[in-house]
Write a protein that binds this ligand. Structure first.
Ligand code: DGL
Length: 259
């Protein structure tokens, strides 16, 4: 069991931010990553469409013999993970916006969250935010337009910065002291976000927590890899060159696949 790969999927290149955390913590695990960039952004799709795409990605990863699947996408997690867990008999790790840690840290009692429409409108997000936002104001912002720009590799362009200013400036004026990044594409925007935010505002994301949870679940199920080397296969159904750019510091195999 332990030589089987971990499967990871996202609507595109964003989940590589999660893959990097997993690879850092669990360097001996084999991984297979699916970037469904052809269908990005998931955030603008209906819950039914997001479930269907998540199911299709899962089927592919299961056919490759994956022992555990990381849904490296907040939108897919919040809309589809209960369905996937009920249907398939392997462990699933999901990612949700880190509003709980933000609630513990905020002093101003105002938290900003930047996420996709699909995440912000999901039942799971509503449930979580209701529990933790007791006395804390949550300022939600749909990051519409950001995922397509990142998918095109246009992270450091003026258009991206202008869009971020449009989304973040109202939160700054409201007095937030934490901003939660509720989409796995957004960690790639951190350098630009930092240039917009005043120093006292913290940026919170869940990548490291997902890697820790993956390790815990593998341990619990006796699924940790025993080898001391690993292979990493990345597939995209869109542009290989763009995905390569996000993984330029890693020696991994990246191919095009129609799925
Ligand atoms: N990385 C996905 C997420 O975490 C992006 C969703 C999208 O494709 O809109 O939500």
């Amino acid at each position: 069991m332990s030589i089987q790969p971990i499967g990871i999927f996202d609507s595109g290149v964003g989940g590589t931010s999660i893959w990097k955390e997993i690879n850092k913590l669990l360097p001996y695990e084999h991984t297979i990553y699916l970037a469904d960039s052809k269908n990005a952004p998931y955030g603008e799709k209906s819950a039914e469409e997001i479930v269907a795409l998540s199911e299709k990605n899962t089927e592919y990863l299961l056919a490759q013999g994956c022992k555990l699947i990381v849904v490296a996408c907040n939108t897919a997690t919040t809309n589809a993970i209960s369905y996937l867990r009920a249907k398939y008999d392997i462990p699933f790790i999901g990612i949700e916006p880190a509003i709980k840690p933000a609630a513990l840290q905020t002093v101003s009692k105002k938290i900003g969250i930047l996420a996709t429409k699909g995440t912000l409108s999901s039942a799971l997000f509503h449930q979580t935010s209701k529990i933790i936002t007791n006395g804390i104001q949550l300022i939600e912002q749909n990051g519409e337009g950001l995922v397509p720009l990142i998918e095109q590799g246009r992270v450091f362009e003026t258009e991206t910065k202008q869009l971020l200013e449009k989304y973040l400036n109202p939160m700054i004026s409201e007095g937030v002291d934490c901003i939660v990044l509720g989409c796995t594409h957004y960690p790639y925007l951190i350098p630009i976000i930092k240039s917009i935010l005043p120093d006292h505002i913290q940026i919170i994301d869940s990548g490291e927590a997902v890697a820790k949870q993956t390790k815990n679940i593998l341990e619990k199920n006796s699924l940790l890899a025993k080898s001391n080397s690993s292979t990493h296969q990345f597939y995209t159904n869109a542009n290989v060159a763009t995905l390569k750019e996000f993984l330029r510091d890693y020696s991994v195999s990246i191919s095009h696949l129609d799925f």
